[in-house]
Design a protein around this ligand. Sequence first.
Ligand SMILES: Nc1ncnc2c1ncn2[C@@H]1O[C@H](COP(=O)(O)OP(=O)(O)O)[C@@H](O)[C@H]1O
Ligand SMILES: [Mg+2]
Length: 267
Amino acid sequence: MSTIIAIANQKGGVGKTTTAVNLASFLAQQQSPSKMPARVLLVDCDPQGHVARSFAIDSNAIEKTIYTVLFGRCDPPDAIREVRANLEILPANRELAIGEIELREVINRERRLKQLLLSLPQYDYIIIDCPPGLNLLTINALAAAQVVLIPVSTWLALTGIGDLAEVLAELVREFNLNVTLYAVQTFFRLGVRESESLRERLKADFGGNLLNSTINLNTTLATASAEGRPIIDYPNTPGYTDYARLAKEVITRVTKENKATRKIRKG
Ligand SMILES: Nc1ncnc2c1ncn2[C@@H]1O[C@H](COP(=O)(O)OP(=O)(O)O)[C@@H](O)[C@H]1O
Ligand SMILES: [Mg+2]
């Protein structure tokens, strides 16, 4: 069974896509429990289509996307494409904005994505990149996830997380979900008062669910994404080190803790 991780925050520009792309890239280099390389699917739930763009693919030139799959107009394998060894993407483009409106009319509208991902058990990890905002696309991602990872870059990026947590709690109640919320601080600047005070606030709010890994402000991360490459192509940069560390923490902590609670609940 896959471990499904949604990267969410209503604010734009906080590092959601950068985290989704680079976490997925590093996870695809890990071994799965069966000692085979881990197989990773990166799902784009944002009509901006930045996931494809992060791998130098023009999302608006793509015909088969998550939109066509969600509405049964093609099969998942027709839309999923391999971008690196063990790393596949289910891309989105601007058509998904229409999809968000169409979703409002369908049965089981909050769990369309979950249904779809359940039909793809061959992946060890499924990473979902959420759009900014708390619309039905975000809600579908939250309802499909076992882990919700919230990147927080600034104090402003903290506002609204309460609403996200509330919506998540409602979904948990309604659909009896097992999901854990974590935060990761992005655009971190050591020794800068705003970064340090935000860290203290995140520790107070999230406790042990604030990840130890921080993602430092590093312009190579922006350069890499502009060039359509993950940071894994730029070793010896702070961005590489930070995302490698984050992936390790996700594997050793987040995934294990989540599997443990799943076992407790089942048993
Ligand atoms: N740690 C970082 N340091 C510097 N630039 C970053 C960092 N993380 C992301 N960026 C850049 O900031 C912009 C917004 O990041 P992005 O991941 O697209 O945010 P979101 O998906 O939340 O809107 C992008 O241009 C990205 O390349
Ligand atoms: Mg994004």
